[in-house]
Design a protein around this ligand. Structure first.
Ligand SMILES: [Zn+2]
Length: 257
């Protein structure tokens, strides 16, 4: 346990030093890593660590392709505490429920929650590499890259790969493989990403900048407050991520019941 916590500390510190995490993000990652490794030992840590590491790699590797969309997004690739808990909070909750109940179902929902977070992150990191602009699922027309609620072939393939990657890794870590559960976890992870897209299209808040008139997910643009043009207050990228990961884990339980 001590050794695992020390690894978490080093990774969180590394994430902060390499500017993948803000200070609040690094502290949150440390706390979450300790919770997950306390209840699911090195196995849980390896799974959530693979999500964090692969996302950071894509983020750094493809940062050039996302320069044009950074103005649209509320946050940069430096993850703060809200982004860390939005992506890992449901997983931490499910692993605690696994420990309390002793039922393996919660272990599968933990894996599905991580798969959903990974699916969404891979889609948003790799999707912008698409040569064509994504299509809005609400208006069925092409929109700027980085717009929530829009899909592309590249992004969807990345989402599928992201969910499958975590699902497969989960069984490698567990040392056993079952096709039915592999498909269930992958599908639940991808479902979480689909929810993310739908919520992004209909409910996620969007603003119009008063200064440059561009639409953005940030409440502050060009140094001045922007006006909400769509969606519910507080339904931002973080709450949508949290809900999609929660939904993925819940879907596994509902299916198994
Ligand atoms: Zn502006």
């Amino acid at each position: 346990m001590m050794a695992v916590c020390l690894i978490v500390l080093l990774v969180s510190y590394g994430g902060w030093k390499t500017k993948n995490l803000s200070l609040s993000g690094a502290l949150s990652a440390f706390l979450m890593g300790c919770i997950i490794s306390y209840f699911y030992h090195w196995k849980g840590l390896l799974l959530i660590g693979s999500f964090f590491l692969s996302s950071s790699i894509w983020s750094k590797l493809f940062s050039a392709s996302k320069e044009e969309i950074d103005g649209r997004l509320a946050k940069t690739s430096v993850r703060d505490w809200q982004q860390v808990w939005a992506n890992g909070g449901p997983a931490a909750l499910f692993i605690i429920l696994f420990q309390i109940t002793g039922s393996e179902w919660w272990l599968y929902s933990f894996a599905a929650a991580v798969a959903a977070a990974n699916s969404d992150t891979w889609a948003s990191e790799i999707g912008p590499l698409s040569r064509k602009d994504p299509v809005s699922i609400r208006y069925f027309k092409r929109v700027e890259k980085g717009t929530s609620g829009a899909v592309s072939v590249v992004g969807t393939a990345a989402a599928l790969a992201g969910a499958t990657f975590i699902s497969l890794l989960f069984f490698v870590i567990e040392g056993s493989f079952q096709w039915s559960y592999f498909i269930l976890i992958s599908a639940a992870g991808f479902l979480g990403n689909m929810f993310d897209t739908v919520a992004g299209a209909y409910w996620q808040e969007e603003f119009t900048c008063n200064v440059c008139k561009s639409s953005t997910e940030s409440a502050l643009h060009c140094g001045s407050p922007a006006v909400r043009s769509k969606g519910f207050a507080w339904m931002n990228n973080e709450s949508v991520n949290f809900l999609s990961s929660l939904l993925a884990g819940a879907a596994v339980i509902l299916f198994l019941r």
